[in-house]
Design a binder for this molecule. Structure first.
Ligand SMILES: Cc1cc2nc3c(=O)[nH]c(=O)nc-3n(C[C@H](O)[C@H](O)[C@H](O)COP(=O)(O)OP(=O)(O)OC[C@H]3O[C@@H](n4cnc5c(N)ncnc54)[C@H](O)[C@@H]3O)c2cc1C
Length: 485
């Protein structure tokens, strides 16, 4: 970032600039702030007061202490790839960008752990240790640019989280700056069964509302001895969905079990990494198994048999690593690929019991027909994590609202079959109201009470994760009044 003279009389900006590495580490002019008015949820925008770029924990703590004392709203930001609006500065926040805190601090192969700063990019961790035979399991499709700090805040998942678990299963310790500027260490860094409350579990997935993560100890895994990938094309989506259930019921735990429907296939084939999937099928499955080399062949045969028994049009294992990598590159462009077939799209993120897949896909189709908007489906089918992608054109008046309504209706369907409203992208501002699909007022209040313990002044990332006070505030007031009388 080019150094430039500070051109403001705003005392807060002048003080904040003095806490980081001089003028090059703060942005405050409108033209610069425009890049920070949203994250991957582009439907809502708001300008921050300033963006600061600390380089270490002490700088973060000083900035937070100052904001706390002065009553300035603030929030942390990683790479800004979040899809639910968690990093959008709704209240003119001071954005504390973690991108300069991007060091790999240590790797301990013996104890299978690594320590990173929060701005360290997810994929860089695997790239840094793969030559030694290790990797970091959580693999969001944005892993080439999203930060591990952002992954902790969102409890990010990924295609290979079916077998190995999402981010929370790989976090061993955190250093956190609390909303008053105090620095604390959470977790046991890998020693099992720490006594007391599971604060590590609470912080992971708290969407940047309880503290700012400044150091992360993660679990790293030994590379599997072997892995193989199967691609299956189905004429009927019901057959593909049924094959998913059959594979899991057969006792196979694939490392990944992904599904794309016809509209999604149209998108990925029109984007950067086409592989020649037929455009007239209703669904494809991408299934990967890994582990000890001896058992893999048998599992692949079982998977091929299951697919054949469900009327698969074509099914085969990748012939080599190059073909396997091409299939995955094609799948991982999934969301962005929608840009090739639609001016705008909204990514949804519901979770359902696997057995409800055919019923839910039917209902999503009805939402699409009723709204007149195309909905593509890309999902982590193995763990029931759906991503309906609502395609729309924001230039057409009213279409953005229609897309939001269709997205919300998809989440209602997921909640109604016993699922939930987010599997990995978080609630942010996008799904605040949908929290009411899965929680009663009292249950939401129990959670906002926890937020108040950590973040009593609500200066850190206010307005995220929970519905605006509304009915909850009324119930709380009624309960307090009842207790007094
Ligand atoms: C193309 C694409 C594909 C994606 N695929 C997946 C996927 O497969 N799986 C998945 O889970 N997600 C996916 N995502 C969503 C997104 O990449 C993840 O949510 C990711 O974890 C966000 O990381 P980030 O660094 O971009 O965080 P940001 O977007 O900058 O921030 C996200 C939230 O984390 C908070 N935060 C950031 N850093 C910190 C910190 N150090 N301390 C405390 N709070 C912090 C922010 O305040 C905000 O609330 C995808 C996004 C895109 C654009």
């Amino acid at each position: 970032m080019a150094r430039k003279k500070l051109r403001t009389k705003d005392q807060h900006i002048i003080r904040l600039a003095s806490m980081v590495d001089g003028l090059g580490s703060i942005l405050y002019e409108k033209a610069d702030l425009l890049s920070y008015d949203c994250d991957g949820f582009t439907i809502h925008t708001a300008l921050p007061k300033a963006v600061v770029f600390p380089e270490n924990t002490e700088e973060v703590a000083n900035i937070v202490k100052y904001c706390h004392e002065q009553g300035l709203p603030f929030l942390a930001r990683g790479a800004g790839t979040g899809l639910s609006g968690g990093a959008i500065p709704l209240n003119q926040e001071v954005i504390i960008s973690m991108v300069k805190m991007k060091k790999l601090l240590s790797v301990d192969l013996e104890n299978r752990r690594a320590v990173v700063e929060p701005g360290f990019v997810n994929l860089k961790l695997t790239n840094s240790i793969s030559d030694k035979g290790y990797y970091y399991a959580p693999d969001p499709s944005s892993q080439y640019c999203c930060t591990i700090g952002g992954n902790v805040a969102e409890n990010a998942g990924g295609a290979h989280c079916l077998k190995y678990g999402v981010t929370t299963n790989h976090i061993l310790g955190l250093e956190v700056v609390l909303p008053n500027g105090e620095i604390v260490e959470i977790g046991s860094n890998g020693v099992p069964d720490e006594p007391g409350y599971d604060l590590l579990g609470l912080l992971t997935g708290s969407e940047g509302t309880l503290g700012i993560v400044t150091k992360i100890t993660v679990r790293i895994l030994k590379n599997p001895e072997d892995k193989q990938t199967v691609l299956a094309y189905f004429d009927k989506i019901e057959d593909g969905s049924q094959a998913v259930s059959d594979i899991v019921s057969a006792g196979i735990v694939p490392a990944a079990l992904e599904m794309m429907d016809k509209t999604a296939i149209e998108g990925v084939e029109a984007a950067a990494f086409p592989v020649g999937h037929p455009k007239d099928i209703e669904a494809l499955l991408l299934i990967e198994v890994d582990g000890i080399a001896a058992g893999i062949g048998e599992q692949i045969e079982q998977i091929l048999d299951v697919c054949r028994s469900r009327n698969v049009r074509e099914v085969r294992a990748a012939k080599d690593e190059q073909e396997r990598a091409a299939w995955w590159a094609n799948r991982k462009t999934g969301f962005g690929a929608m840009g090739a077939i639609s001016p705008d799209y909204l990514v949804q993120d519901g979770v359902i019991p696997r057995s409800k897949l055919p019923e839910v896909l039917q209902k999503i189709k009805k939402i699409s027909d009723d709204s007149g908007l195309r909905i593509a489906n890309i999902f982590h089918a193995g763990d029931g994590n759906l991503h309906p992608l609502v395609l729309f054109d924001a230039r057409i008046p009213g279409e953005t609202d229609k897309a939001m309504e269709a997205g919300s209706a998809c989440l209602k369907v997921c909640a109604d079959v016993g699922g939930t409203i987010t599997g990995e992208h978080g609630v942010g501002i996008e799904k605040r109201e949908e929290m009411r699909f899965v929680f009663k007022d009292e249950e939401i209040m129990a959670q906002t009470d926890i937020r108040e313990v950590f973040n009593p002044d609500n200066l850190l990332n206010a307005g995220k994760l929970f519905p605006t006070p509304g009915r909850c505030a009324e119930v709380k007031k009624e309960m307090k009044e009842a207790a007094i009388s």
